[in-house]
Design a protein around this ligand. Structure first.
Ligand SMILES: CC(C)(COP(=O)(O)OP(=O)(O)OC[C@H]1O[C@@H](n2cnc3c(N)ncnc32)[C@H](O)[C@@H]1OP(=O)(O)O)[C@@H](O)C(=O)NCCC(=O)NCCS
Length: 190
């Protein structure tokens, strides 16, 4: 059973099956959807990487599998933040944070709820590492233009570890408008 932990303002717990509805409605970017541009005959969002992160959150299907943790934060207005930590990485040695996202309503000015999000991610990573019984790197992947995310990682003690080239997805909703050809890998020790 998921335990609840109090942090300064958000209450964290493991994601459950009955959180799927809240995940499916999660909004972490503004506007919350792409706009159809007739002249270009394509959909456009000013920060497509945030829309991709939102799509990833919306497709999550807790409970987590073995070797991964999905942690959710709640406040008085509902689901506030999502972080996923997994040891099932693709090419990286160690642990990976495939997704970390804050509800758009909490993203303003100097609120920096992202720091609380990374505290939780690193706390969970440290717990998972102690089960692996060795010191490992924890990797995060970030779109090169995702400055909010890179600043958050920097404040949490991560450093850039190179570029990863990925083929664009050929399946899923609107695959041609997802921007994952090239991502940066960032790493911290836990
Ligand atoms: C990554 C993330 C958790 C960092 O949170 P954070 O450290 O608290 O930072 P915020 O996003 O709240 O704010 C960062 C800056 O972006 C600004 N901002 C907030 N919403 C914005 C938006 N929709 N568009 C542009 N800028 C925005 C903030 O005003 C702030 O500006 P400042 O640095 O000049 O003060 C958060 O940006 C987020 O959830 N992004 C969407 C999901 C995502 O991209 N995740 C990473 C990939 S997995």
């Amino acid at each position: 059973m998921a335990e609840a932990a109090e942090s300064s303002t958000l209450t964290w717990r493991d994601a459950r099956r009955d959180d799927r509805g809240a995940l499916k409605a999660f909004v972490c970017t503004s506007p919350d959807r792409a706009t159809w541009i007739p002249i270009r005959r394509r959909r456009y969002h000013p920060r497509q990487w945030e829309l991709d992160a939102q799509a990833t959150v919306r497709s999550m299907k807790p409970p987590a599998q073995n070797g991964e943790r999905i942690r959710l934060a709640f406040d008085g207005d509902g689901l506030a933040a999502v972080v996923h930590v997994t040891s099932a990485s693709h090419g990286d040695f160690g642990l990976t944070i495939p997704i970390a996202a804050l509800a758009q309503r909490l993203r303003h000015g100097k609120s920096r709820y992202g720091d609380e999000l990374m505290d939780e991610a690193l706390r969970v990573a440290a717990e998972m590492r102690s089960r692996l019984n060795e010191s490992v790197g924890v990797f995060a992947r970030v779109h090169p233009k995702n400055l909010a995310s890179k600043r958050m990682l920097e404040r949490a003690g991560f450093s850039p570890a190179g570029l990863i080239h990925q083929d664009p997805p050929t399946t899923g909703p609107d695959p041609h408008h997802r921007c994952v050809e090239c991502v940066e890998s960032w790493v911290a020790d836990v």
